[in-house]
Design a protein around this ligand. Structure first.
Ligand SMILES: NC(=O)C1=CN([C@@H]2O[C@H](COP(=O)(O)OP(=O)(O)OC[C@H]3O[C@@H](n4cnc5c(N)ncnc54)[C@H](O)[C@@H]3O)[C@@H](O)[C@H]2O)C=CC1
Ligand SMILES: O=C([O-])CC(=O)C(=O)O
Length: 276
């Protein structure tokens, strides 16, 4: 290398844990080429099905069990059911490697993961995901935020099966009008709606925490999109934002979510970073 040539860094080896609506799109994008990264493995519940999909990649990678990912990757992206978060993140954090995660709601019941990152020097990175505006919320949180309120509206098929509905005997399958099914804190929502409200927890962690971030959830038979409206009152600014997400093949997950993960990875490796 002469004095003028740029330093060459070896691409970061990435494992994608979970191969559903988010993981399959992310893995395919990594396979097509994302500067600074190399896909080295994926993990899926149905290994044969994932194997058939991965076989069509330019560079097919192995489909491994979760505990086999750490030795073959520098970074893991968690895109699996929330309950698997510790099994995915712990092996990486224990050896000071970074974890990008989308099941943000699960962080509240597994906050030891943040201590593990601090103890060993790794990092947990939570993309904005299906939400909007965490940059402004983070900036406002450097001052004083008086209140954050979010209202989520989802089509019925984006909410059915949530534990909160079952526990409270709430049946939404045949509703004809919008129904408010939850009014509480982000912490309570994470327990009651683990596959639906990661965004509320991400918002709370960016802002004033899960016990002060207030949330309403509406089941609305007339809408097609998962819609989140946020209202923030702070000493630096007042702002409100709405995002209307096109559902992916998983009706609980907005199509923008894997794109947010891809943008996060791109930003982590970029010579120019835009946004907070
Ligand atoms: N932060 C955000 O904005 C958002 C977060 N999410 C969350 O992201 C996570 C993933 O969402 P989707 O991709 O839509 O889910 P999905 O249900 O489409 O995919 C989950 C994947 O995990 C895999 N899986 C299940 N058990 C496994 C095991 N033992 N080992 C390896 N893989 C296993 C499944 O095979 C499947 O491929 C969920 O927790 C969801 O709630 C979803 C949407 C937005
Ligand atoms: O809006 C979406 O598409 C997904 C969502 O609410 C979440 O997982 O937090």
């Amino acid at each position: 290398m002469n004095a003028m040539s740029p330093p060459r860094r070896r691409p970061l080896r990435v494992a994608v844990a979970g191969f559903g609506a988010i993981g399959a799109k992310l893995a395919a994008t990594l396979d097509e080429g994302l500067s600074g990264y190399e896909l080295t493995a994926v993990s899926a519940r149905d290994k044969q099905r994932a194997g058939r999909q991965v076989a069509t990649f330019r560079n097919p990678v192995p489909v491994l069990d979760l505990h086999e990912l750490e030795p073959v990757a520098d970074l893991v992206v968690e895109c699996a059911p929330a309950a698997l978060l510790p099994a995915i993140a712990e092996p990486f954090l224990k050896v000071a490697k970074n974890v990008v995660l989308v099941s943000a709601g699960a962080l509240l019941s597994h906050d030891h993961l943040v201590r593990l990152a601090a103890q060993h020097g790794g990092q947990i990175i939570v993309p904005t995901g299906a939400l909007i505006g965490l940059d402004a919320v983070l900036a406002a949180a450097e001052g004083e935020i008086a209140s954050i309120r979010m209202v989520t509206r989802k089509p019925v098929r984006g909410l059915v099966g949530a534990p909160y509905l079952q526990e409270h005997g709430i049946c939404i399958e045949n509703i004809k009008e919008p129904v408010r099914i939850f009014n509480g804190t982000a912490r309570e929502a994470a327990v009651g709606f683990p596959a639906n409200l990661n965004v509320a927890v991400a918002l709370s962690l960016a802002g004033i925490g899960p016990d002060r971030t207030m949330l309403e959830i509406w089941a609305d038979p007339a809408i097609e999109r998962n819609t989140h409206r946020i209202e923030v009152e702070a000493d630096s600014a007042r702002f409100s934002m709405t995002i209307e997400n096109v559902p992916s093949e998983n009706p609980k997950t907005g199509r923008i979510t894997p794109l947010s993960v891809i943008a996060t990875l791109r930003k982590l490796a970029a010579p120019l970073r835009i946004g907070t």
